[in-house]
Design a protein around this ligand. Structure first.
Ligand SMILES: [Zn+2]
Length: 101
């Protein structure tokens, strides 16, 4: 029995989405770091809640945006279903069986 060869367009599109997914995931680190840093800094430097609260809200909104973008992007190019929380070592779609490499 031969394994069907992967569809080149699916593989190319998957690679594009995976690269995009890396950038999307990394961009979550900025608001996360800011939120963590802000908590400690505000206490140490006595920064007013008028500053920290809006920044926290913005960071929170940015993280939600990252999650939404990730949910939109991280899909199988063949059947368009969500690929799940797994990120590394995804070689094929669990749902339709499309191969990505
Ligand atoms: Zn699929």
């Amino acid at each position: 029995m031969t394994v069907p060869s992967p569809d080149r367009r699916v593989v190319a599109e998957f690679q594009k989405r995976r690269t995009r997914q890396i950038f999307i995931s990394l961009s979550a680190l900025v608001p996360l770091a800011l939120m963590i840093g802000m908590g400690g800094l505000a206490e140490a430097k006595g920064i007013s809640a008028n500053v920290t609260v809006p920044v926290m809200i913005l960071c929170f909104a940015a993280i939600i945006a990252v999650l939404v973008l990730s949910f939109i992007n991280w899909r199988c190019p063949a059947c368009n279903r969500y690929l799940g929380k797994r990120f590394f070592g995804v070689r094929f779609c669990d749902k339709c069986g499309a191969r990505f490499e």
